[in-house]
Write a protein that binds this ligand. Structure first.
Ligand SMILES: Nc1nc2c(c(=O)[nH]1)N[C@H]1C(S)=C(S)[C@@H](COP(=O)(O)OP(=O)(O)OC[C@H]3O[C@@H](n4cnc5c(=O)[nH]c(N)nc54)[C@H](O)[C@@H]3O)O[C@H]1N2
Ligand SMILES: Nc1nc2c(c(=O)[nH]1)N[C@H]1C(S)=C(S)[C@@H](COP(=O)(O)OP(=O)(O)OC[C@H]3O[C@@H](n4cnc5c(=O)[nH]c(N)nc54)[C@H](O)[C@@H]3O)O[C@H]1N2
Ligand SMILES: [Mo]
Length: 670
């Protein structure tokens, strides 16, 4: 904390699930935060915040923010009653003890927590559960599991090059990623590289804001990237542009033998591109090194998502672009620091269920069934797959507790809501998965109303459980926030980061030790030290729309919100999701611009508003998530698993963008 122009200035880091994890400064005067800015004290960090920045502060003081614990008379009725913390905690504790007695086990208690706040002390909620015994918890992630496994299998680990490495690239391929919306602080490096002569290619079925800024844009059919990379490998092989090195690469012969056998006309048809476009891209790759590829999370939200990233890694490796300055394939960096996660703890008997198949797995658990659900940092009733099935299994839950800042869709269907603090009201430390820095959230103001951090909630519940039934919880209730952070950043880890202790973060965010050039000298983290090429399956057909459901539905991440967190902007949002479609496709369905329609498939039906977009392919409908009050897009998603994800995250990824729908004007049932 320091002072500037009568302001108290505190350091923060945006703890959301985002590429940028921006360091921030909060300016407080008279006990009120008046503004927040980007903290540019770290080299390369931007002084500006993204479009979501405005909401970060608005959330703190929003009139709809939850400030007191509440109980709902009947789930979904909207009849809320304010209760004290002690009452709320007692209701929950009594239920936990009763279920434990009834089933002779703590497995009926289930935790669904993920992306709201990834701060180290926020793992207290998992810790609270693990301190009770064997419970049911979610594993996996909807973000990036397939890609993580892909790079783990290829390189033996997950590393990214720092953003400034982009500056000297000759060719930059932004593949299934839309940083102009989802990682705006990377865009300046892309612009600078372009000014210095780099060519920028965007590959995306949607002509995104990022595509607008590129030199070349390839409008690929969704899910057909595996076919495109296979074609590129075939062409580059034919031109003699691939390097062979058995000392560094394993499996290259098998891969190339399979690539040579593939029928290229069929593949061209699959990707819906003229052969000249693919030849042109192959030419760019052959002529321009270093080539830097950024594979986005959107790219791997398809059934072959993992294979796609593996083939792209192989393309980069075989063209000599891995381990050189400004080259490589960026995806996500998981090797920055080995946090001990002492607070999170671990219980060997935990029953893990796939976060991406939550409804079905919850339903299948009978021995014993889940009877109490705790959600934190999540809004599954808006963001989850197979939403209608989730709504059904919800009815079997005897107690639902939600800890959040707002009355989300999930909170509205809970029995108890617990108000949590923002990143300006409690202490925490956080580092992301793409940028290489670690920062602090120091309290700028006391908690508003009766809000409490997830850690405080865990302490209170654990103390009360032990009061009612001694020995129920082993949670470290006696240690304060600072002592717990000492355990999360032990001396050895601090030494690696060139800091004395986490308190150094009060002065400045710090960089994790990381290689400037991932996989330099081509030594990889596999026991044999080699890069491992994937195998090419005989049949790499992606899913295509059919007669019943003729449109791909793509629901990418929106510019102004993170996921479903539209809390402070909800008043300005349309009631129903806006869906974009090509005017000719719309005409065939009798749809009118700006008019309501019904979008449906075998999962369900949903009211939407139609808008026309000339730049879309005729079989695509797009609707960015979180951009309506009702939401409900995920009623239509089946939640098909992707090919990879189990190795790193314990569950496969989810093919959210392999969703197919039909659409008809409202009032017409034909
Ligand atoms: N503003 C903002 N920033 C965010 C978020 C947010 O909601 N809003 N969310 C955060 C989170 S949780 C995540 S996971 C990341 C996600 O951020 P991104 O990695 O950018 O992922 P998406 O928005 O899912 O998809 C990116 C692009 O992939 C394209 N795409 C879809 N299918 C295919 C395909 O088959 N092939 C190709 N080549 N492209 C395809 C989509 O059209 C989309 O333009 O962003 C984080 N940052
Ligand atoms: N159709 C479609 N669906 C998708 C996706 C898509 O691309 N398309 N993307 C998927 C992806 S990649 C993701 S990551 C998920 C995200 O979906 P979720 O995991 O549900 O995450 P969010 O919507 O980011 O945030 C959940 C809640 O956390 C709360 N929160 C914030 N900070 C805290 C805190 O400190 N404590 C507590 N207790 N709560 C807090 C927020 O207020 C918010 O209501 O959605 C997935 N769903
Ligand atoms: Mo995500």
């Amino acid at each position: 904390m320091f002072h500037e122009d009568n302001y108290q200035v505190t350091r923060h880091i945006c703890p959301r699930n985002c590429y940028d994890s921006c360091p921030m400064l909060a300016y407080t005067r008279g006990g009120k935060i008046e503004k927040i800015t980007g903290d540019s004290s770290l080299p390369g960090a931007s002084g500006r915040l993204c479009a979501k920045g405005e909401q970060i502060l608005a959330q703190v003081y929003h009139p709809r923010r939850l400030l007191y614990p509440m109980r709902q008379k009947q789930r979904g009725s909207g009849r809320w009653q304010r209760i004290s913390w002690q009452e709320a905690i007692d209701i929950i504790a009594q239920k936990i003890l009763e279920l434990k007695k009834r089933y002779g086990s703590t497995l009926p208690l289930c935790l669904n927590k993920y992306s709201g706040n990834f701060g180290l002390l926020h793992y207290a909620t998992e810790g609270m559960f693990n301190a009770l015994g064997a419970t049911t918890q979610v594993s996996g992630t909807p973000c990036f599991s397939s890609g993580l496994d892909a790079q783990l299998l290829d390189f033996g680990g997950n590393r990214t090059a720092p953003i400034r490495q982009l500056l000297k690239a000759r060719l930059i391929i932004l593949w299934g990623v839309n940083p102009a919306w989802t990682s705006i602080h990377t865009m300046p490096a892309i612009y600078s590289a372009r000014q210095q002569g780099a060519k920028v290619v965007v590959i995306d079925p949607v002509y995104t804001e990022t595509a607008h800024k590129a030199d070349y844009y390839i409008q690929l059919r969704p899910g057909s990237d595996t076919a495109l990379v296979t074609l590129l490998l075939q062409i580059l092989d034919r031109r003699g542009a691939l390097h062979f090195d058995e000392k560094k690469i394993s499996g290259q012969q098998e891969l190339l033998t399979a690539v040579r056998k593939v029928n290229s006309a069929k593949l061209c048809h699959a990707i819906d591109q003229p052969p000249a476009a693919v030849e042109f891209l192959a030419g760019l790759i052959a002529a321009n090194s270093p080539m830097h590829i950024w594979c986005g999370f959107g790219l791997q939200r398809h059934i072959h998502g993992g294979l796609t990233i593996r083939l792209i890694d192989a393309l980069s490796m075989l063209t000599g672009n891995i381990g050189i300055p400004s080259g490589g394939v960026n995806f996500a960096d998981m090797g920055m620091a080995k946090f001990p996660h002492a607070l999170r703890g671990h219980h060997p008997g935990t029953r893990f269920i796939n976060i991406n198949n939550f409804a079905h797995e919850l339903h299948s658990l009978t021995d014993p069934p889940v009877k109490m659900l705790w959600t934190a940092c999540r809004d599954p009733l808006r963001q989850d797959m197979a939403l209608s099935d989730l709504q059904k299994v919800w009815q079997d839950l005897e107690l639902v507790v939600t800890a959040d800042k707002f009355l989300t869709k999930t909170a509205q269907m809970s029995d108890i809501v617990l108000p949590v603090t923002t990143e300006f009201e409690s202490l925490d430390v956080f580092g992301g998965y793409f940028r290489h820095h670690l920062g602090i959230n120091e309290p700028a103001i006391p908690p508003r109303g009766e809000a409490r951090s997830d850690l405080d909630i865990a302490r209170h519940l654990s103390v009360w459980l032990n009061e009612l039934a001694p020995g129920t919880s082993t949670f470290p209730t006696q240690q304060n926030d600072e002592e717990l952070l000492d355990k999360e950043l032990p001396p050895e880890l601090c030494r690696q980061m060139n800091i004395d202790s986490w308190q150094d973060l009060y002065n400045q965010p710090v960089l994790f030790p990381h290689a400037q050039i991932p996989w330099e000298n081509n030594t990889f983290d596999h026991p044999d030290g080699k890069f491992h090429c994937c195998r090419l399956p005989d049949n790499i057909q992606s899913l295509l729309p059919g007669d019943a459901y003729p449109f791909h539905l793509i629901t990418p991440h929106a510019q102004d919100f993170i996921n479903g967190q539209n809390h402070t902007k909800a008043d300005r949002l349309p009631e129903y999701p806006v869906v974009y479609i090509h005017p000719e496709a719309a005409a065939r369905r009798g749809l009118t611009h700006n008019h309501p329609a019904i979008m449906e498939n075998e999962q369900g039906a949903l009211q939407v508003i139609v808008k026309f977009r000339q730049d879309l392919a005729p079989d695509i409908i797009i609707s960015p998530q979180g951009t309506s009050r009702q939401g409900g897009l995920n009623i239509l998603s089946t939640g098909l698993p992707t090919d990879l994800g189990r190795l790193y995250t314990g569950a496969p990824g989810v093919a959210i963008y392999d969703t197919f729908v039909d659409i008809r004007a409202l009032g017409r049932a034909d």
